[in-house]
Design a protein around this ligand. Sequence first.
Ligand code: MG
Length: 345
Amino acid sequence: MNIRSLLEDREEKILSPHACFSAKSRGRQNEVRTCQTRTAFQHDRDKILHSKSFRRLKHKTQVFFSPEGDHYRTRLTHTLEVSQIARTIARSLALNEDLTEAIALGHDLGHTPFGHAGEGVLNELMSESFHHVRQSLRVVDVLENSGQGLNLTWEVRDGILKHSKGGGPLLGDPAAMPATLEGHIVRRADIIAYVNHDLDDALRAGLIELRQIPREILAPLGQSHGRRIDNMVCDMIARSLEADGAEIVQSPPMEHAILALRDWLHAHVYRSRPVHDDFVKASRIMRDLFLYFMENEDELLRSGGRRLPGDTLEVSVGDFIAGMTDRYAVNLYHQLFLPQPWKLV
Ligand code: MG
């Protein structure tokens, strides 16, 4: 019995005509035997979930570096929150939940240790610019699976490549927008997840108080964490249904409030003294590691880095450092640059 065919038939029956149907995927870079029990997008989601890069998200910074507190978000919990929000919206609009989930789980695989501090250093030091979005695609196309890549479908790769707003408006250059509505959902779910959890974490850290946020930003969003997420999600579902489910949209006041909250968090959390001080320290670790491995190729290989055919040393060093978790980078820095205590009696 071919369960995949049954699932593909079910998609035809229950999904919106605007959904991306797994049976109509543009396919993979290397054609392989199709799975008998999962659709192409289910299969992609599982490949991402079982990858080593996905597990490393657990120890990568979201905002607070290597948090000791058990309740702070990491890049992994951010990813799971994006996935949950995006799936709720996809299911409500009868879009392809499996494709949505695959894009969401893969979208941040290319993030460096120490969040945007790490990304900024690699971008500054590498002759070809570095951006986590392109690195996420490189992880799934090339680096994962011992350098063979995950061979994902075109639609999942497209969604991963086009998830970032780059600090700009939610709607950008049409060429930079995802080809599927499922990709559009993840793009918006990403910001819904991070403005809410970064606000929640900053409150927990005592960096800010809710009453500091201007009323015109907070009032349309709601007074509690759950209420704010719910309002943002319900607004997107309702407005998109009004547009016949043919596009993913939010009401202008809600979109404005979300972007205003993001800008407010930039000024009061991301650029706050404690977060900025850690940003500077993390940047130094990243810079020292990068320059060290550029001068010591043997050490790169001994420490777990790889040289893939055709790559310059700079790209190999960038891949190695970008793939590290916060704690791996800190431990390696200690090992390479600080005197080690003698342990033998
Ligand atoms: Mg993200």
